[in-house]
Design a protein around this ligand. Structure first.
Ligand SMILES: NC(=O)c1ccc[n+]([C@@H]2O[C@H](COP(=O)([O-])OP(=O)(O)OC[C@H]3O[C@@H](n4cnc5c(N)ncnc54)[C@H](O)[C@@H]3O)[C@@H](O)[C@H]2O)c1
Length: 360
C-alpha cells in the first residue's frame, strides 16, 4: 500500500481524495496540508492527518507520494521540495508556468529517487478516447483539420483563476489539457503556433482564446476555449479525407458520416438555387453516397463501460506501477515541456499579432 498526502485540500484536492478511495485500492491518502484553516478542518473531518505546515508533511517518513493541488503559481516550489525530500510527486496541471521552470524541476527530478508526473487526466476523457480511436483506426481516412472546443458561458473566472500572479487564465487552465490532447492525437512535430487571446470580462488574464497548431504532415488543430459563448459549437469536429466526426459534448452525443464503401467521391451535381444564389459546389451530396455510424462505445482498461472514476483508475494504477518500477509513466514531464513551449509561443503570438514557426 503506497501512502500519499495532498497539498491544497480545495476543489480538485478533495476530488483526488475521493477518487483514490473509490477506485485505487493500492493507494491511501493519509494526510493533507492547506493554507486555509477551514480546508484543514475539512481534511481532518474526512479522516486525514492535518499537517501544520508543508515542511511537516515533507518530513513525515510515512508519506511516499505528494499530490500537489494548489493554485498554479505554487506548484514549482512544492514539486522541487517534494522531490528533494525523496517523495514521489504528482502535480496538477499546468505543472508550472514556464518552460524554464519545468526544465529546472526536471533537472531536480533526475537526481531524485522519486517518480515525477503530472495530472493530464483529460487524456482519458471518453470524448477524447473516441476521437483518438477513430483517427487511429482510419475510420474517416487521414484527418486534415481537427477542431477541439470547450465553450462555456459562465463568464466569471473564480478566485485565483482570474489573477495573473497565480497563473490564472484559460490558456493555462483549459489550454494545457487541449494542447496535451492534440499532441497525443498526432505523434509528430508542431511547426506553427498562431493564437489570439481575449480578455472579454476578466481584468488580468485571458478568458477566451483561439489557437491554431500546424503539424509537420500538414494537419492543423484548432483549439478554442470560451467562457463567454452562449451557443456552444461541438466539442469535436474532425475532418478526414473520407468522412467527418462530430462529438457535441461530454455526454458524447455525436455521429460519424463518411463516404459509402462502394461510392466514388464525385458525382455530377445539379445547380441548386439557394436563397443566397445558385451553387453547384455546395450542392447537397446524394444520400446514397454516404453512410452514418454512431460513435463507438468505448471500454476502459478493465473492459468496463466508462464511468466517473475511469481516468482516476487508469492514471493512478499506472503511477503505482511506475513507482513499483513495473511500468513507464503514462504522463512524462518531457511531454508537459512540449505543451509549455507551445503555451509560451501562444502568448507571444497573441502579443505580436502573428503566427510563429517552430519545431516542437
Ligand atoms: N486536472 C483537472 O482536471 C483539474 C481540475 C481542476 C483543477 N485543477 C488544477 O488543480 C489546482 C487547484 O485547483 P482547484 O480548482 O482545486 O483550486 P481551489 O482554489 O479549489 O483549491 C486550491 C486549494 O489550495 C489551497 N492553497 C492555496 N495556496 C496554497 C499554498 N501555497 N499552499 C497550500 N495550500 C494552498 C487553497 O486554500 C485551496 O484549498 C490548479 O493547479 C488547477 O489547475 C486540475
Amino acid at each position: 500500500m503506497v501512502k500519499a498526502a495532498i497539498i491544497g485540500y480545495g476543489g480538485i484536492g478533495k476530488w483526488h481524495h475521493q477518487g483514490i478511495r473509490e477506485a485505487v485500492p493500492g493507494l491511501e491518502v493519509i494526510g493533507a496540508y492547506d493554507v486555509r484553516e477551514e480546508a484543514l478542518a475539512e481534511s481532518k473531518a474526512n479522516g486525514l492527518k492535518a499537517y501544520g505546515s508543508a515542511q511537516e508533511l515533507f518530513d513525515d517518513p510515512a508519506v511516499q507520494l505528494v499530490i500537489i493541488t494548489t493554485p498554479n503559481d505554487s506548484h514549482k516550489e512544492y514539486i522541487i521540495r517534494g522531490l528533494k525530500a525523496g517523495k514521489h510527486v504528482l502535480c496538477e496541471k499546468p505543472v508550472v508556468l514556464s518552460s524554464a521552470d519545468l526544465r529546472e524541476a526536471i533537472e531536480v527530478s533526475k537526481d531524485a529517487p522519486g517518480v515525477f508526473t503530472i495530472h493530464q487526466n483529460r487524456r482519458w476523457d471518453k470524448d477524447f478516447q473516441i476521437v483518438k480511436s477513430l483517427i487511429h483506426d482510419g475510420k474517416i481516412g487521414k484527418p486534415y483539420f481537427i477542431e477541439s472546443r470547450v465553450h462555456g458561458s459562465s463568464v466569471f473566472l473564480h478566485g485565483w483563476r482570474g489573477h495573473k500572479i497565480n497563473g490564472g487564465g484559460m490558456l493555462y487552465d483549459w489550454g494545457v489539457h487541449l494542447i496535451d490532447q492534440a499532441l497525443q492525437l498526432l505523434p509528430e512535430k508542431v511547426t506553427s503556433v498562431t493564437a489570439q487571446l481575449f480578455s472579454v470580462h476578466a481584468q488580468e488574464v485571458d478568458d477566451n482564446f483561439k489557437l491554431l497548431l500546424g503539424f509537420e504532415s500538414g494537419v492543423s488543430v484548432l483549439i478554442e476555449v470560451a467562457t463567454n459563448c452562449f451557443i456552444p459549437a461541438p466539442r469535436w469536429h474532425v475532418s478526414g479525407e473520407v468522412g467527418t466526426v462530430v462529438i457535441q459534448d461530454w455526454r458524447c452525443d455525436g455521429r460519424i458520416v463518411k463516404l459509402a464503401e462502394d461510392q466514388e467521391f464525385t458525382w455530377e451535381p445539379d445547380i441548386i438555387y439557394t436563397p443566397a444564389g445558385p451553387t453547384r459546389t455546395m450542392a447537397p451530396r446524394p444520400p446514397e453516397t454516404m453512410v452514418e455510424y454512431p460513435l463507438p462505445e468505448l471500454k476502459d482498461a478493465h473492459g468496463n463501460v466508462y464511468h466517473q472514476w475511469s481516468s482516476v483508475d487508469i492514471f493512478y494504477h499506472n503511477l503505482l506501477d511506475a513507482i513499483a518500477g513495473k511500468a513507464e509513466l503514462y504522463v512524462k514531464p518531457e511531454e508537459a515541456l512540449r505543451v509549455m513551449d507551445i503555451i509560451e509561443l501562444a502568448f507571444q503570438s497573441s502579443r505580436e499579432g502573428r503566427g510563429l514557426a517552430c519545431s516542437i
